[in-house]
Design a binder for this molecule. Structure first.
Ligand SMILES: [Zn+2]
Length: 154
């Protein structure tokens, strides 16, 4: 069985909210995905990470482009990197295999988008595909920091 996960993360990979703001944002995510009706598979997970952790689009990830030379980066390189940093990334700097420059991992051109975060609200199997720009703005206001969304198929 597979799941769709729609995650909301701060745009800054290092930023974490206050507890009260996190609760406000969680409540808003819950409302926007249609609540936790007993007859749905919707679940909301809130996660705090000590180090920036990857929020992976998983099976939705088809290509990673290098921000410097535009080449496609080997997906095995990415899979190994994720596996080596399951406890989070002490640094987001990495040397890309294509042209050998050091870039910040959150600058890689992920398709579908992946992100890095120390805080994540994940809605499992929501009814909606993605949040609108207005909904993201409202979530950012609730959290106290701009947010982006990552859609994963796992
Ligand atoms: Zn490159």
């Amino acid at each position: 069985m597979s799941d769709d996960v729609l995650s909301v993360i701060p745009t800054d990979p290092h930023w974490q909210p206050e507890e009260a703001a996190a609760l406000r944002a969680e409540a808003l995510v819950t409302e926007l995905v249609g609540g936790l009706a007993p007859d749905t598979d919707v679940e909301i997970d809130v996660d705090w990470y000590d180090l920036p952790s990857v929020v992976d689009s998983a099976q939705n990830l088809e290509r990673i482009g290098c921000p410097r030379c535009r080449a496609s980066i080997d997906l095995d390189w990415w899979a190994d990197l994720v596996e080596d940093n399951e406890e989070g990334f002490p640094t987001l700097d990495a040397t890309v295999p294509c042209c050998g420059v050091t870039v910040s991992l959150d600058q890689l051109d992920f398709d579908g988008p992946c992100g890095f975060a120390r805080f994540e609200i994940a809605a499992w199997n929501p009814e909606l595909i993605r949040f609108s720009e207005e909904e993201l703005a409202a979530l950012g206001a609730a959290l106290g920091h701009p947010v982006r969304q990552i859609r994963a198929h796992v």
